[in-house]
Design a protein around this ligand. Structure first.
Ligand SMILES: *[C@@H]1O[C@H](CO)[C@@H](O)[C@H](O)[C@H]1NC(C)=O
Ligand SMILES: *[C@@H]1O[C@H](CO)[C@@H](O)[C@H](O)[C@H]1NC(C)=O
Ligand SMILES: *[C@@H]1O[C@H](CO)[C@@H](O)[C@H](O)[C@H]1NC(C)=O
Length: 342
């Protein structure tokens, strides 16, 4: 950390730009970028396992309109031919600003059941890529897990600047190596990860978050500024709650839970996805999937590190959006998306 906690506490969030430029307060007040004029959301809907796009109404982070007249933008053709939990990943490094990926779970629940889906489910992740946000090509289903894994759920990724690669993570449970049919009792679900440069070749998977005996799924990682501060959000699948943890020393640093070990943000929810507000520095949005009610509902915070979130106005928020992600866009990207699908 560059400044003492005492100095930080004395500084207001909204610094004038000359001070921001000279002192680089990016870790204190992220985003609030005048070039960003809206948001693109990617979701699956209800139990329809395709990728649907939504565009914000103006620069309102909690108000969305369907693109493509409620029809999917991507229909998978491989594996189960169903995709859930789509996550849009901005390119990092040399690909920043000119490449995006959408990755997702290979699962069509209409063709299986929840028990089989976790014993002999897909061990691959769907990948599509784009250089303009409207043309999505290169569909592939890349196996990322070992044969002992029962499934690979809710893949998402973040650019790991220290590694110069994407850190990709997902949830799996595991069966004994001798139990090749996966008929016995599996391990609790835990979060696994691998690194990749291109979403084609992945390093060998390893554990990322193991809170056994708690079952953990649906991780989303959110950079707070600089290279070292992050918030992460995940679902306690045992209790059906979502909670947050903070690291100030990197993606593989020490994570602590604001509010203590039993603090939660909400219950009866899953699929947390987080994004900065484009206009208010230090303000973030968190969407939580009320999967047994009406899907995603928006929350907001000006104290991400403190783990304090409140429900947003959802007058402009559509119903039945399920586990996906939201990304900021600029005016050029907004016009290209509207021109293609509005
Ligand atoms: C939007 O971002 C793209 C890079 O992704 C850039 O080429 C374009 O100039 C930007 N447009 C505006 C209006 O900032
Ligand atoms: C982040 O890490 C990269 C690679 O190590 C480095 O080039 C860059 O200066 C760092 N940025 C900040 C804000 O610390
Ligand atoms: C998950 O929820 C269970 C049931 O309430 C609880 O016992 C457990 O401590 C929780 N795990 C975590 C990591 O919060």
């Amino acid at each position: 950390m560059r400044y003492s906690a005492c100095l930080l506490a004395l500084l207001p969030f909204a610094l004038s730009s000359p001070i921001q430029q000279s002192l680089d307060f990016s870790s204190l007040a992220p985003r609030a970028d005048p070039s960003l004029t809206g948001y693109l959301g990617v979701f699956f809907l209800g139990d329809a396992p395709s990728v649907y796009f939504y565009l914000s109404n103006g620069n309102n982070a909690a108000s969305l309109t369907s693109l493509n007249k409620n029809q999917p933008v991507i229909n998978p053709t491989k594996g189960s031919k169903g995709v859930r939990d789509p996550s849009i990943i901005p390119g990092g490094g040399a690909d920043a600003g000119n490449k995006w990926y959408i990755i997702g779970t290979d699962l069509n629940i209409a063709k299986t059941n929840w028990d089989a889906a976790q014993r002999t489910g897909s061990r691959g992740i769907f990948v599509w890529e784009s250089s303009d946000l409207v043309s999505w090509t290169g569909e592939r289903l890349v196996q990322v897990e070992e044969a002992t894994a029962g499934m690979v759920w809710a893949p998402a990724a973040i650019w790991d600047a220290e590694k110069g690669q994407y850190l990709v993570h997902w949830a799996s449970k595991f069966f004994a190596a001798s139990d090749t049919q996966h008929k016995g009792s599996p391990s609790p679900t835990r979060i696994r990860y691998a690194h990749t440069k291109d979403f084609k070749t992945f390093s060998a998977p390893q554990d990322y978050i193991n809170k056994s005996p708690t079952e953990i799924i649906d991780l989303d990682i959110f950079q707070l500024g600089g290279n070292q501060s992050y918030a992460r959000f995940m679902k306690n699948e045992t209790a059906k709650t979502v909670f947050t943890e903070i690291s100030t020393n990197g993606l593989f640093g020490t994570w602590t839970r604001p509010g203590g070990n039993s603090a939660i943000i909400a219950s009866g929810v899953e699929g947390p996805a987080v994004y900065w507000d484009n206009q208010v520095a230090g303000k973030a949005h968190l969407i939580l999937d009320f999967y047994e009610i009406d899907g995603y509902r928006p929350y907001e915070s000006t104290d991400v590190k403190g783990g304090r979130w409140t429900a947003s106005d959802r007058g402009g928020w559509p119903k039945n959006l399920r586990h996906g992600s939201v990304m900021p866009i600029n005016a050029t990207q907004g016009s290209v998306l509207s021109a293609k699908w509005k």
